[in-house]
Write a protein of this length. Structure first.
Length: 680
């Protein structure tokens, strides 16, 4: 029978008159091993921590080693959050000695009521689940909750030296591997110093060759300083500990009055991809049923047009890398607030918005301070307090509703962007990627596509031309090995103003996506693009420019990776052919025609001027020579400068979007700059 139930009481057996038998069992090697009372170990004090460190700090690797630093720093931060400390000093010395000092109240040094022969300091550092954060009397909110942080650090340190400044007296005591090696002694008198200083050296018997990383510790200090705007953390590191190329400062004063807003701004840098300015605020959580303070929540949110989305959350300055109930409240507040705003703007599509659509477009920091939080495990990577979800949602929802109402243009832009993401999410379900055909497998490709014969994407190109007539000329003028032709029927759908249903139903765009082979939207995989260059080739007139604009809008909205990768081009077909005798030149437009008539043809002979009505009317030989031959043609690459991303988005939305009033305003603003008006 398994030993799973060996610790449970057994029913009494009837006496047999024989000597009690000793229980025996068989181990994996087939040997018989005694299992009696002598086999039951009772681990006292801090011995369980040294035997099973993974139960308390998650392991014995470098991450676990730095968890020791976080535990001690968290205790100092609790003093700061409680309003009793304003400065914390963190110093890394040679030999992996880390010194953390605060100017708080100092750990009590008087005798403990339950253990009269031991000081409160010694009880805290040598007893699991001993501390001042259980009752809530000493700390309203705190990160150290289980009473094991300092004692675990003590147990896993080869040496710990503690210095307490309290009641104008300095006290000192030292420990080795959790055991006091000196008594608590008075070490002097001080007039204005107070607080706790803990210096410890991680035990190499536990952590082996792992050492503190200055860069990692410095990052930890910065994150803590960001999380509580009232604290100043002074960082110092011995220069000999920095490796070559390590840019970690040897000294730094970390104080951020803006809190999380400063942190997010620092991470984003000069990111031009912001849809709106940062939304950042601090709010009190709803009070308890008896009116007591329930804590507070702080946040900073950047809504991104592009870039990497991320949400970092904290509870009582503890990083919750696995999220938890406070993140649930955060998501609910954003989703419900944006849906409500959509209802107020009579936007029915807002009901389709989910948390996935919003979280995929934000970089955010969320920090809560609550009473008696519950975490998953001692490492506190996930908050599980059930009440945190509703508290955070209530606090954020009210502020989010006000922020949207006070910033209608930004709120509308955000709503439109998130709706686009929601529509894209729905569209992904119906899309399939189309790789390039191989010699053994013929793939289904659009019927009008005339593909090239080279299978590798490198040095191949696809021309998107308007109409079958232009497509016929282009097919005759192309290089069959490297150039593919896809005729499109007139003006394609304006994707900036069309619904998701119309986009999915549009055969021209479906053929285009299928021909390119890399998918679209969030499922776009640029490595599967079947051509090295995608060339928009339209007539050199107003209608051609309109079609090119519609196609560029399509790529900008549905396949931005093609633009970002430098794969999208505009062909430059001429509008005129000028011939005099055996000499022929081409002119791009009216100005170019007049210039060449004056500079190229200087003789008095007659110059025959022919205007191409469109690509379909251009002889294949002329089309090849002027527009399709890589040796002679001119291509314009479509790019979006990094510094103009926000402006580009606003311009596309105003000129191609769903609101005609924006186009009307643009026309009114720029009407005076038009050189002439033509009656069509």
């Amino acid at each position: 029978m398994s030993d799973l139930f060996s610790g449970l009481p057994r029913p009494p057996r009837k006496p047999t008159g024989k000597a009690p038998a000793t229980a025996t069992g068989t181990d994996n090697a087939g040997k018989t091993a005694d299992y009696n009372a002598d086999a039951i170990e009772v681990l006292e004090g801090l011995e369980p921590v040294r035997r099973r460190p993974g139960m308390y700090i998650g392991g014995t690797d470098e991450t676990a080693l730095h968890h020791l630093a976080a535990e001690v720093l968290d205790n100092a931060m609790d003093e700061a959050v409680a309003g009793h400390a304003s400065t914390i000093d963190v110093t890394l010395e040679p030999g992996d000695r880390l010194v953390i000092r605060d100017n708080g109240r100092g750990i009590p040094v008087d005798a403990h009521p339950r253990f009269p022969d031991r000081s409160a300091l010694e009880v805290i550092l040598t007893t699991l689940h001993a501390g001042g954060k259980f009752s809530g009397k000493a700390y309203a909110t705190s990160g150290g909750l289980h009473g094991v942080g300092s004692s675990v650090v003590n147990a896993l340190s080869s040496r710990m030296d503690v210095e307490i400044a309290r009641d104008r007296t300095i006290w000192q005591q030292s420990y080795e591997r959790g055991i006091p090696v000196t008594p608590l002694e008075k070490a002097g008198v001080t007039q204005n110093r107070r607080g706790t200083q803990i210096a410890f050296v991680p035990d190499t018997q536990i952590f082996g060759t792992h050492h503190f990383s200055p860069a990692r510790l410095y990052k930890l200090c910065r994150s803590k300083a960001f999380l509580f705007r009232g604290v100043t953390i002074r960082w110092a590191c011995d220069p000999s500990l920095l490796k070559s190329g390590d840019e970690t400062p040897t000294e730094a004063v970390l104080h951020f009055p803006g809190g999380l807003a400063d942190s997010l701004t620092d991470e984003l840098g000069t990111n031009p991809a912001l849809l709106t300015p940062l939304w950042t605020d601090v709010a009190s959580l709803p009070p308890t049923h008896d009116g007591q303070d329930n804590g507070r929540v702080e946040w900073a949110v950047a809504f991104l047009d592009s870039g990497t989305a991320a949400l970092a959350s904290y509870c009582n300055t503890i990083p919750t890398s696995q999220g938890g109930t406070h993140e649930t409240g955060f998501r609910n507040a954003l989703v419900k607030g944006l849906r409500t705003w959509g209802d107020q703007r009579s936007t029915k599509k807002a009901s389709a918005i989910t948390a996935e659509d919003i979280l995929g477009a934000i970089a955010a920091k969320l920090s809560v301070f609550i009473r008696d939080p519950q975490f998953q495990g001692q490492t506190k990577e996930k908050l599980t307090s059930p009440e945190a979800s509703k508290l955070v949602e209530t606090a954020l929802r009210d502020r989010f509703d006000h922020w949207l109402a006070q910033n209608p243009p930004q709120a509308d832009a955000l709503l439109a962007f998130v709706i686009d993401r929601a529509e894209e999410r729905l569209r992904r379900r119906e899309q399939k990627d189309t790789p390039r055909k191989s010699a053994t497998r013929r793939l289904r490709l659009p019927g009008k596509l005339t593909d090239c014969t080279r299978e590798q994407a490198q040095d191949t190109e696809i021309f998107l031309v308007e109409g079958d007539s232009a497509g016929g000329s282009a097919k005759q003028a192309r290089n069959r090995e490297t150039q593919a032709i896809l005729p499109l029927r007139g003006k394609i759908l304006n994707v900036a103003s069309a619904t998701t249903e119309k986009l999915r139903a549009n055969q021209e765009l479906r053929d285009l996506i299928e021909a390119l082979g890399c998918g679209s939207g969030d499922r776009c995989d640029i490595t599967k693009l079947r051509y090295g260059r995608v060339i928009i080739m339209t007539d050199a007139d107003v209608d051609g420019a309109h079609i090119a604009s519609l196609l560029m809008t399509f790529f900008y909205r549905e396949l931005p990776e093609i633009i970002q990768g430098g794969h999208l081009y505009l062909a430059q077909p001429p509008l005129y052919r000028l011939t005099q005798g055996t000499r022929t030149v081409y002119a791009m437009d009216d100005d170019d025609r007049e210039k060449k008539l004056k500079t190229v043809f200087k003789s008095r002979g007659k110059v025959d001027v022919s205007r191409f009505k469109g690509l379909g009317e251009m002889p294949p030989a002329d089309l090849k020579e002027t527009t399709m031959d890589p040796r002679k043609r001119t291509l314009l690459r479509v790019v979006i400068p990094a510094e103009d991303r926000l402006l580009t988005r606003e311009r596309v939305e105003s000129l191609m979007g769903r609101k005609p009033e924006l186009r009307f305003a643009f026309i009114q603003e720029h009407a005076s700059s038009a050189d002439e008006l033509l009656d069509v």
